[in-house]
Design a protein around this ligand. Structure first.
Ligand code: IPE
Ligand code: IPE
Ligand code: MG
Length: 247
C-alpha cells in the first residue's frame, strides 16, 4: 500500500537514479567508523527498492561505488566490497520474492573475484523477474563508460561495421553500458552535495535533479516518496515553452 496519498500513480518516473551519499558523515556524527555508516546504508537501499517496486517504477539505479572510490583507504574499499558480497547474498531471496531483477553497470571485471562471482550469480538468479529492475553502478564512472563507448565505436567503424555518417544519439546510447535501460527521469542525491560526481552524464541530459540534505542512512521510504512528489511538481519542457505543452 502506498501510504503517501499525494503521489499521482499516473505520473511516475519510469527510471529513478540515486547517488547514495553521506554514509561516512552519518557514522562520524555518531563517533563511529565510516563502515558503520555503509552498513546502515543497506537499510536505505532495501527501503528504496521496496518503495520503487511497490509504486511500479520500472528501473532504479543506485550509485554504489565509483571509479574514483578506488582511491579511498584500502580498509574502507575492502570493507565495502565485503559488504557488497554479504548484501547480495542475503538479499537475493527478497529480490526474488519481490520480483526484482538485478543488473549491474560499471567496470565489473575490476571488482574482487568473489564480488564479481556473487554478482553474476545474483543476476542470473533474478534474470527472469519481471517487476522492478534494480541496477547497481559498481566501479562505475560516466567518463569511463564514454571512453569505452568511443573505443568500441572506433573499432566498429574501422572494421566496416559502422558507417560514421549514420552515428547519432541512438548510436551513442547503444554503446553505453546502459544500452538496454531507458534514461532516468529523476536523479536524487543525498547528503547536501550539489554535484554529479561522474554519474550517468549522458543519460541525465534531461533528468529532473533532486537534492536533499538527508544523509543516505537516514533516507527511507517516506523520503523516497517525498522525492517523487517533488518530481511530480516539475514541468518537463524539453526546450519547448510552457504554452506549447498545454496546447
Ligand atoms: C557514500 O557515502 C557511499 C560511497 C561513496 C561508497 P560516503 O562514504 O561518500 O559518505 P561521506 O560523503 O563521506 O559522508
Ligand atoms: C559519489 O559519492 C559516489 C557514490 C555515491 C558511489 P562520493 O562521496 O564518492 O562523491 P564525491 O567524491 O564527494 O564527489
Ligand atoms: Mg561521499
Amino acid at each position: 500500500m502506498i501510504e503517501d496519498k499525494r503521489i499521482d500513480l499516473n505520473n511516475l518516473p519510469n527510471h529513478v537514479a540515486i547517488i547514495m551519499d553521506g554514509n561516512g558523515r552519518w557514522a562520524k556524527n555518531r563517533g563511529e567508523h565510516r563502515i558503520y555508516g555503509h552498513q546502515h546504508g543497506v537499510k536505505s537501499v532495501r527501503d528504496c527498492t521496496e518503495a520503487a517496486a511497490e509504486l511500479g517504477i520500472r528501473y532504479l539505479t543506485l550509485y554504489a561505488f565509483s571509479t574514483e572510490n578506488w582511491s579511498r583507504p584500502k580498509e574502507e574499499v575492502d570493507a565495502l566490497m565485503e559488504l557488497l558480497v554479504q548484501t547480495i547474498l542475503a538479499e537475493t531471496p527478497t529480490l526474488n520474492k519481490n520480483n526484482v531483477r538485478l543488473l549491474a553497470i560499471g567496470n565489473l571485471r575490476s571488482l574482487p573475484g568473489k564480488c564479481f562471482e556473487q554478482l553474476t550469480e545474483a543476476m542470473a538468479d533474478t534474470a527472469k523477474n519481471t517487476g522492478l529492475t534494480l541496477v547497481l553502478a559498481l566501479s562505475y564512472s560516466s567518463k569511463w563508460e564514454i571512453v569505452e563507448a568511443a573505443k568500441n565505436i572506433a573499432k566498429d567503424a574501422m572494421a566496416g561495421q559502422l558507417d560514421i555518417e549514420t552515428i547519432n544519439d541512438n548510436t551513442i546510447d547503444a554503446y553505453l553500458t546502459t544500452k538496454d535501460i531507458p534514461h532516468p527521469e529523476l536523479l536524487i542525491r543525498t547528503s547536501g552535495e550539489h554535484r554529479i560526481s561522474n554519474f550517468l552524464l549522458w543519460q541525465i541530459a534531461y533528468a529532473e535533479l533532486y537534492f536533499t540534505d538527508m544523509l543516505w542512512p537516514d533516507f527511507n521510504r517516506a523520503a523516497f516518496f517525498e522525492a517523487i512528489v517533488d518530481y511530480q511538481t516539475r514541468e518537463r519542457r524539453f526546450g519547448k515553452t510552457s504554452e506549447q505543452l498545454t496546447s
